[in-house]
Ligand binder design. Structure first.
Ligand SMILES: Nc1ncnc2c1ncn2[C@@H]1O[C@H](COP(=O)(O)OP(=O)(O)O)[C@@H](O)[C@H]1O
Ligand SMILES: [Mg+2]
Ligand SMILES: [Zn+2]
Length: 294
């Protein structure tokens, strides 16, 4: 009996509180003297523990695929021209990234695409197809590796101030929210959500998360099989992000022409416009087939 009593009592001991600064409420009230009122007023500020908690949550919510948890800039090899181009492109992009988040320029996105698109190769046959495949490989260049390394870099360093009224920004900054999606799975999820029979709530939530994330990382864009309804979904997401100047980091096995066949001209022209000159056409050897890897 007495044991039970001690156990339940210990629940309220301060040592059971994870953060003693705020008693796990997440906020701290400071008493500050206000000149206008001529008295002390309560000022709320978020506790430091919220940053750690928020970082963990943001990593979780970013949905970085497990197989890319170890993908970093320091373990990306730069031997071929394609690898050097991709690495340099992403480094330069990230150098300017704080200003992309803050100043919301028109050109805010980054794209890695093919020189000779996957669906263009698929149209060929026999010798021509074999030749195009070997001369214009776009797989295993490390596009996804670098995108995921960038996602982590952004999660760890970029802070965002929300605009609470036109031209007026919050006093507090928060960590950037990143969402990584892979084209086939994501378009499947959207398509299934459309048929969920819940009045469109699941679909709305999925769309909102893709539209509102501070940064959207879109892997293998245009890989899903084309359909008219998918074309509508691509447009909805890309157009909303285009209007709000929210960056998209994408990679695709299509080229600029075939990408527009797969996601629609309206969506692709906006997306390519968002990249400005940060659209990189790359091809080269598949990292997984390199010499000495077996
Ligand atoms: N230059 C590189 N250095 C180290 N690992 C690499 C490099 N390029 C690719 N990889 C690894 O090879 C695999 C395939 O790369 P991935 O990023 O999926 O290529 P892509 O998206 O261009 O098809 C991944 O496990 C990735 O981490
Ligand atoms: Mg990839
Ligand atoms: Zn705290």
């Amino acid at each position: 009996m007495s044991n039970k009593y001690e156990n339940s009592n210990s629940q309220t001991k301060p040592s059971d509180v994870e953060c003693e600064a705020c008693n796990d409420t997440g906020g701290i009230i400071d008493k500050v003297y206000d000149e206008d009122y001529g008295r002390e007023v309560d000022i709320y500020r978020p506790c430091h523990c919220q940053k750690t908690k928020s970082l963990k949550n943001r990593f979780k919510n970013a949905l970085i695929p497990d197989e890319f948890k170890e993908a970093r800039f320091d373990n990306y090899e730069q031997n071929s021209e394609a690898q050097k181009t991709l690495y340099k492109a992403i480094q330069e992009y990230l150098k300017g990234f704080p200003s992309i988040i803050k100043d919301k320029p028109e050109h805010n996105s980054l794209g890695f695409i093919a020189v000779f698109g996957e669906s263009r190769i698929r149209l060929l046959s026999g010798e021509a197809k074999y030749k195009a495949k070997s001369e214009h490989n776009n797989f295993g260049l490390g596009k996804t590796h670098l995108q995921m390394a960038a996602a982590k870099w952004i999660l760890n360093r970029i802070r965002v101030r929300d605009e609470i009224a036109p031209g007026q920004f919050s006093r507090f900054d928060r960590g950037a929210r990143v969402l990584c999606v892979s084209d086939i799975t994501f378009m499947d999820d959207l398509t299934n959500a459309r048929m969920a029979g819940d009045g469109g709530e699941t679909l709305r939530n999925l769309l909102d998360s893709a539209i509102n994330a501070d940064v959207l990382v879109w892997d293998d864009l245009g890989k899903a099989k084309w359909s008219e309804s998918k074309e509508g979904l691509y447009y909805q997401i890309i157009n909303e992000r285009y209007l709000h100047k929210r960056p998209i980091l994408f990679s695709s096995n299509e080229d600029a022409g075939t990408l527009s066949d797969k996601i629609g001209y309206a969506a692709s022209s906006r997306l390519l416009g968002m990249c400005g000159d940060r659209l990189y056409r790359v091809e080269g050897e598949d990292y997984r087939l390199r010499k000495g890897s077996h």
